[in-house]
Design a protein around this ligand. Sequence first.
Ligand code: TA6
Length: 312
Amino acid sequence: MILTVTLNTALDLTYRVPALTPHTSHRVTEVTERPGGKGVNVARVLAALGHAVTVTGFAGGDTGRALRERLATEPRLTDALVPVAGATRRTLAVVDAATGDTTQLNEPGPTVTPAEWAAFLDSYEQLARHEGTTAIALCGSLPPGVPVGAYALLIRAARAARVPVLLDTSGEPLRRGVAARPDIVKPNADELAELTGSHEPERATRDARRRGAHAVVASLGADGLLALTPDGGWRARPPKRVRGNPTGAGDSAVAGLLSGLAEGLPWPERLARAVALSAATVAAPVAGEFDPTTYEDLLARVAVTDAVPAST
Ligand code: TA6
């Protein structure tokens, strides 16, 4: 069982408009609403790949109830979300149909009380120590009230339980999380630059490893992934530039990395899977979903090449 942690779950709303123009009113031509937050998206992709997944984090209010009802209909997902008094946030992605560009608006999320955080920690430690837990993903922003060092704490608990742990977050929670030595960290180019002060991906990825992460997998948008790991360094690139909605593409990459880890695949195969899933998610008409045939087609054509050696 793979455990995904989404402390700031969301109901993700996507509006499609013919063309997004500032200072005008728009007719929405299509609306979709799905359970979201990064770890929830990761869980759905893992389940689609055939993995049993437990979803934890917080959920509350009407939005939290709606999210849990939707999760209950999905195969291979177990809901271990911890209740909060506040309401789970909504996020809004506005897709400009003319250009394909997406504008994302994320609410901050409910304020978590010290008692709710303590209840989550209890539950998380039990799940991490459960003999069936093979890997843990810690994903997304922290809701108000959760300590900024939360991920560092969760990484240390995973390491104590001897379960590999992947971190995908930003800002100060990322900085503190990396120092707690996660097995894998997956920043995008902006998050990596903010962490290290360098806009040069290879230099920044090496720096992130020096800060404590065992393996760093940088997602570089249309340029694919750059990975520096204890086993070597690789670049993995999609076969072509895929146009579409990038919402959830990073989450699909995380699912590819984790599924490969859980199945004991070598790094190049994990990276190929992550790039193909990510590109298939961009290509899908609904944000955060992917078409299995497109995925298989892309997987066969991802190019994985050696990058800078891990020791440099
Ligand atoms: O990656 C897309 C997405 O997972 C959306 O589903 C949305 O819920 C959002 O990101 C959450 O990101 P945040 O960093 O605010 O936790």
